[in-house]
Write a protein that binds this ligand. Structure first.
Ligand SMILES: [Zn+2]
Ligand SMILES: [Zn+2]
Length: 413
């Protein structure tokens, strides 16, 4: 029988080296408190120099694609005369390159996969179809966008959970989440930390978007690199082949696919490239698919060549940067357009463009430290959109807007 089965006890506090180290730590703390005072405060979150940022992607190798990111088909119960085939055929007719049909998920208890996406009409040989739905919750609405089918049911199931739970599910699904019509009734009541974009232009009625723009500027100013996008939110189609008009049919010729149109600079003509461009912010929004596209560029190194565009984020050198606003496509002969530049949420300057040059340049030196962003809004006459003739009056003089060009935004934010 063993006399003692206990292992030898190592008493840490008898170890002379550890004791010496512990006393050293205590003395260091006391000495630093005496030297700097108890109240010395160090903000671990204070603005620091952003590390080297990757150079912007090519601004020429890619394709501009125009699309619709918020439209409801017959799978949303309050829609009328708006089959999936009708929406896709309309896209094709007006040259819309991509569309995301975003039916209300609550109308099918989250089972979008067996409704909108399983609809035999959900196919096209030319229009890129994104997979998505309108996440329709008590706390607000958001659109999910994806290049491929994903498990939307999971997003629906967590709609009443805390943001931390929802954010984890969103990340797991690998989707792009976008805040819809963020102010007013059905405002977006979730954290903007878990969304990639915000609907800054909902429907042809431009005047209703002032609060959305204000929220966007607030989020941008707080360091969130958040893409602004459009969406008609159309629910009603023009009745054809014996379809019966409804009480909302009047909307079909005033607000439909393309009012407004979201342009993306995609690396290729694929659904994934559309979603990526949307996430990266290489995006501008126009009142309709026939209107001019707003392009916002900058020349960083002063070599006279533009080397970055909206959505791109670079480290400021403190030297002056030349910015260029360009209208591409159908400008109206003889027309003058007004360009308003917004810097960090404030008016920076107003310029005019005529339809011949369709371009204006300005210069500013963003500061070396701290974030800065510039974005532009273009006003002027509407380019006619004969397929949705009532939309022009509703959009007023709002022609288009760009996403920001960013300086010193923390990519790890
Ligand atoms: Zn909604
Ligand atoms: Zn909607």
């Amino acid at each position: 029988m063993a006399a003692n089965v206990n292992p030898p006890v190592v008493n840490l506090f008898n170890n002379i080296q550890i004791r010496a180290f512990a006393w050293m730590v205590v003395f260091t703390v006391i000495i630093s408190n005496v030297a700097f005072g108890q109240s010395a405060h160090v903000n671990p979150w204070a603005a620091t120099d952003v590390a080297l940022l990757p150079p912007p992607a090519s601004i020429t190798q890619g394709v501009w694609l125009k699309g619709e990111l918020h439209v409801h088909s017959r799978h949303s119960i309050e829609s009328s005369n708006n089959s999936v085939a009708k929406i896709i055929a309309f896209c094709k007719a007006v040259g819309v390159d991509y569309v995301c049909i975003t039916d209300h998920d609550n109308h099918v208890n989250g089972d979008v996969a067996h409704h909108t996406w399983a609809d035999p009409e959900f196919k096209s040989d030319s229009v890129l179809l994104l997979y998505g739905a309108e996440w329709t919750t008590t706390r607000g609405h958001g659109n999910a966008f994806s290049a491929r089918p994903y498990d939307h049911q999971k997003l629906y199931d967590v709609r009443d959970q805390r943001d931390i739970v929802i954010g984890a599910v969103k990340k797991q699904l690998g989707i792009h989440l976008s805040a819809n019509h963020p102010s007013g009734k059905d405002h977006f009541g979730y954290s903007y930390d878990m969304v990639n974009s915000i609907e800054v232009w909902n429907s042809a009625i431009w005047a209703n978007n002032a609060n959305a723009i204000m929220i966007w500027d607030d989020m941008l100013s707080s360091g969130r690199k958040l893409t602004g996008r459009g969406g008609s939110d159309a629910h009603h189609g023009v009745p054809v082949n014996g379809e019966k008009p409804g009480k909302n049919t009047y909307q079909a010729t005033a607000n439909y696919v393309g009012t407004p149109t979201t342009w993306v600079f995609a690396t290729s003509r694929t659904s994934q490239a559309v979603v990526d461009a949307l996430t990266n912010g290489r995006v501008s929004v126009s009142a309709n698919p026939y209107g001019p596209r707003v392009e916002f560029l900058a020349d960083l190194d002063g070599d006279g060549k533009m080397d970055m565009m909206m959505g791109d984020n670079v480290k400021s050198t403190g030297k002056p940067v030349k910015f260029r606003v360009q209208l591409s496509g159908n400008t109206i002969p003889g027309a003058t357009y007004t360009v308003k530049v917004v810097k960090n949420g404030d008016d920076f300057g107003t310029y005019t463009i005529d339809n011949k040059t369709a371009m204006v340049e300005f210069t500013d030196a963003p500061q070396v430290l701290n974030r800065a962003y510039y974005r532009v809004v273009v006003e002027g006459p509407q380019t006619p959109y004969p397929q949705v003739p009532g939309s022009m009056a509703l959009s007023g003089n709002m022609v288009g807007l760009s996403n920001p060009i960013y300086f010193n935004f923390d990519p790890n934010f």
